[in-house]
Design a protein around this ligand. Structure first.
Ligand code: GRF
Length: 240
């Protein structure tokens, strides 16, 4: 049974496309089971449609409060029973219901903790940095503050504008996201404080084990994928 991904998008969806392409090979170990968006009529949804992947849209403006949007989004995602939610250019801050229910990975077009937020590329250029890049990280309640999984640097070139730099970052970002999500699916991961370790549990498509790590004194069965949560939680396979 393949590791199930729900991907959230708000725009062109090239990161989603990279995941769809990778997942078309069984050896990748993960399948995109649904794509969710916070708006209609975006290329990301069209890409999902062309790939035959079910989609859903939850607009904040369709709900009386942000809390109710969060609740509805969590329900829509849960309907697809994901092992992992991937925020790939999703331009909304996820709420506590979603974050409590699923592990979420985000990709960000800067080297966090530098330049968090929605205008990372513009902010990096305005600052005048010579090197920027991208970050794949777990999502927590803050804005781009969750534990880092991987980062890759991209040099800023003379004459770069926001568009040219973002395009070069996205080329690197797609590769990094695909690689990290694939490794999480195939190898499992543990989180201890702010440290994410990949390859610390053997993958077997056991979603329940992802959400409920075995106590430290009682190692998880050999076929379980385990994941510590935060604040120093230790999974059955990780020693702090
Ligand atoms: C990516 O650079 C992502 O990090 C940022 O928005 C971009 C989305 O690109 N938040 P795409 O929609 O995957 O093409």
């Amino acid at each position: 049974m393949s590791f199930r991904l729900v991907v959230l998008v708000s725009g062109s969806g090239t990161n989603l496309q990279a995941l769809l392409d990778a997942a078309s090979d069984d050896a990748y170990g993960a399948t995109v089971v649904a794509v969710g968006a916070d708006r209609d009529d975006i290329e990301g949804l069209a890409r999902a449609g062309r790939a035959g992947v079910p989609t859903f849209v939850e607009r904040v403006s369709d709900h009386p409060t942000r809390e109710e949007w969060d609740e509805s989004l969590a329900e829509r995602i849960a309907g697809h029973r994901p092992d992992l939610v991937v925020s790939a250019g999703f331009m909304k801050i996820l709420g506590p219901r979603v974050l409590a229910a699923f592990p979420v990975v985000n990709t960000h077009p800067a080297l966090l903790p530098s330049f968090p937020g929605a205008h990372a590329v513009r902010d990096a250029l305005a600052y005048g940095v010579r090197v920027t890049g991208c970050t794949v990280h777990l999502v927590d309640a803050g804005v781009d503050t969750g534990p880092v999984i991987a980062q890759e640097a991209v040099p800023v070139r003379e004459g770069d504008d926001e568009e040219s730099l973002h395009e070069r970052i996205k080329t690197v970002e797609r590769g990094l996201l695909v690689e990290m999500v694939g490794r999480m699916a195939r190898e499992g991961w543990t989180t201890t404080g702010r440290t994410v370790r990949l390859g610390t549990a053997r993958a077997a498509g056991q979603a329940a084990a992802v959400r409920r790590p075995a106590p430290a004194a009682e190692p998880a069965p050999a076929q379980d994928r385990t994941q510590g949560t935060t604040q120093g939680t230790t999974s059955g396979r990780t020693t702090k």
